[in-house]
Write a new protein. Structure first.
Length: 324
């Protein structure tokens, strides 16, 4: 699998009021209802203010009467807000229900400041892991099990669904579905400290047959894909990766690297982005991220490696890029 863009890709920042699936549509409807009601209430308040300031004396006396204050200041807000609350909860309740038998499940864990993604079987057992990107089949509902490993985060891919908080010690659910292939951008929508604004993600919707092929490939161990002329450079990169202790934080299945603190890198070369959605993924950005990740995303948990020579940086980047 390659990381080339596919038809229907979206732009950054994420588009909000443009649903691309059945679970985003109700969220847009609720949003427009709230916008309209807010406009109506604002118009009524401004009208009352205009009468109180500039209206005829009898009108001003009516606006200031005790009865109108009780009705407009208490009864009206209680009725309107209660109605909107009931409407919003009833509309969105089915979007956050627990998984039903046969539904595809993906566990997404928010961490400072990236996303751990685990694909689950029907029993909820992890079968493979990825990071910062979620791949789903077009036309099929997917249940996300949302957790946090540290502080409160919030998952939001606006064109596919609503915003759902990720709270330590609790598991929340949300459903996504894409009606067309494409890259749908998302963002952590709850301030979580440090480089929160740089905690993005991408949901990649693939045709069912492409998704099945991708998932089968992801289940395999890492196998560098390289032309004969680049094989020595890639082998050098593997050696530098091991010697630098990268395997203490990262896992590459089929190798001695088995760290759990950072993203799984088994198929990192096939991802579209780096650094949780902030950089395109290629050898140049890989080398830049390894050399100065703190300069690119200050405060993230990965240290910079300025001690590596240019040759070693190119080698490690080539090695990681070969892991498709």
């Amino acid at each position: 699998m390659t990381s080339e863009p596919i038809p229907g890709t979206t732009r950054w920042p994420p588009v909000v009021l443009d649903p691309a699936g059945p679970f985003a549509g109700p969220i847009e409807t609720v949003a427009w209802v709230l916008f309209v009601m807010a406009g109506v209430v604002l118009a009524l308040v401004l009208a009352a203010l205009g009468v109180a300031l500039f209206g005829p004396r009898p009108w001003r006396q009516r606006v200031g009467a005790e009865r109108l204050v009780w009705v407009g200041g208490l009864a009206f807000p209680v009725v309107v807000l209660t109605g909107l609350l009931i409407y919003g909860l009833s509309t969105t309740a089915k979007l956050s229900a627990e998984p039903r038998p046969g539904e595809m499940r993906i566990r997404v864990t928010g961490e400072m400041w990236w996303w751990r993604v685990a694909y689950l079987d029907e029993r909820g057992r992890e079968v493979l892991q990825d990071a910062n990107e979620i791949r789903i089949p077009v036309g099929r509902p997917v249940v996300l099990e949302l957790e946090s490993a540290d502080v409160i985060h919030s998952f939001w891919a606006p064109r596919l669904g609503g915003k759902t908080d990720m709270i330590p010690g609790r598991r929340n659910f949300m459903r996504l579905q894409a009606d067309a292939p494409g890259d749908y951008q998302g963002q952590c929508a709850e301030y979580c400290g440090g480089p929160h604004a740089l905690m993005g993600l991408t949901v990649v919707a693939l045709e069912p047959e492409r998704f099945a092929a991708w998932r089968q490939m992801q289940a395999q161990e890492a196998k560098p894909v390289a032309a004969p002329q680049t094989a020595p450079l890639i082998e050098r990169g593997r050696q530098v990766f091991d010697a630098s202790g990268c395997g203490a934080c990262h896992t590459i299945r089929g190798t001695d690297a088995n760290g759990l603190a950072g993203p799984d890198l088994t198929h990192v070369g096939g991802r579209r982005t780096l650094g949780a959605g902030i950089l395109p993924n290629n050898q140049g950005t890989l080398a830049g991220w390894i050399a100065d990740s703190q300069g690119i995303k200050p405060g993230n948990r990965m240290p910079s490696y300025p001690v590596l020579s240019g040759r070693d940086l190119r080698a490690v980047a080539a090695y990681l890029d070969s892991l498709k």
